[in-house]
Design a protein around this ligand. Structure first.
Ligand code: SAM
Length: 218
C-alpha cells in the first residue's frame, strides 16, 4: 500500500492519543505531558518513527518527541505505538518552520536531524533543516549544554550543513564522513529507516554533533 493512499490518515491522527494536538499550548510545559522531569529529545522530520521508537525503547528515562509534517507518514508511527505503547514517546504533526511556537527556552536537551530533505535548489536553502535559519530557531529552545546530531548520506547537504555551523554561531564537537566505519562514533548508533536503506547499497553515512559557541559549560 502506498503511504499517500492510506485512507483517513488525517482523521486517525486527529483521534490518536499518541499525538500531541495544539502543541503550542505546551510551550514551556512539556515535562507535564510526560509527567516527569526527564530530559526531552526531539527528532525533526521523524518519518515513520523507526529511530525514535527504538531510542525510546532503549532509554526509558529519556522522553522523546517526534515531529513530522505529513499525516500519511506519521500514521505508520502511530500504528506501531498501537501495537506496543511507549510512555516516553509522543508525536507532533507540524511543519518545523513553526517550531519556536512549540518549545520554550531551554526546554529541549537534544535535537536529532536524520536524513533531512535536501532541498537541492539554492533558493530553497533556508528550508533545509540544518540551515543557519533553522539553527537560529533551535537556539531558542535547546538547553545551553544541549547538542544537535545530524546524519545523512547526501554529501552535498552535509557539506552545506558543515559550512552553516560557524555561520550560525555553533561549533562542531564530532564529525565523520563514514560513520559506519568509525568504531567510536558507531557506539550506541541506532539506525534510522533511511540509514538502513542507504547504507545497505554502500552509501557512506555522514554525521556531525554540534553545540552552541556561547555555551560556557563545555
Ligand atoms: C527523508 S525522510 C527521513 C525520515 C527519518 N528521519 C529517517 O531517517 O528514516 C525526511 C522526513 O522529514 C519530514 N520533513 C521534512 N521537512 C520537514 C519539516 N519542515 N517539518 C517536519 N517534517 C519534515 C518529511 O516529511 C519526511 O518524512
Amino acid at each position: 500500500m502506498r503511504l499517500k493512499n492510506v485512507p483517513g490518515s488525517r482523521e486517525a491522527i486527529a483521534d490518536s492519543v499518541f499525538v500531541i494536538h495544539e502543541p503550542e499550548t505546551n510551550k514551556g510545559a512539556w515535562q507535564q505531558v510526560f509527567g516527569n522531569d526527564h530530559e526531552i529529545h526531539v527528532e525533526i522530520g521523524m518519518g515513520k518513527g523507526r529511530f525514535l521508537y527504538e531510542m525510546a525503547s532503549l532509554h526509558p528515562d529519556i522522553n522523546y518527541i517526534g515531529i513530522e509534517k505529513y499525516s500519511s507518514v506519521l500514521l505508520r508511527a502511530i500504528q506501531k505505538m498501537e501495537e506496543k505503547e511507549l510512555p516516553n514517546l509522543r508525536f507532533v504533526r507540524m511543519d518545523a518552520e513553526d517550531i519556536t511556537e512549540v518549545f520554550g527556552r531551554d526546554e529541549i536537551d537534544r535535537i536529532y536531524l536524520n536524513f533531512s530533505d535536501p532541498w537541492p535548489k539554492d533558493r530553497h536553502a533556508k528550508r533545509r533543516l540544518p540551515s543557519r535559519q533553522f539553527l537560529a530557531r533551535y537556539d531558542e529552545f535547546l538547553k545551553g549544554n544541549g547538542v544537535l546530531e545530524f546524519k545523512t548520506d547526501n554529501r552535498d547537504l552535509f557539506d552545506f550543513a558543515v559550512e552553516e555551523v560557524p555561520e550560525a554561531g555553533w561549533k562542531i564537537k564530532e564529525c565523520t564522513y563514514d560513520l559506519h566505519h568509525d568504531d567510536r562514533l558507531m557506539q550506541g548508533n541506532v539506525m534510522t529507516e533511511y540509514e538502513e536503506k542507504f547504507s545497505s547499497i554502500g552509501n557512506p553515512i555522514c554525521k556531525y554533533i554540534i553545540y552552541r559557541q556561547n555555551d560556557t559549560n563545555r
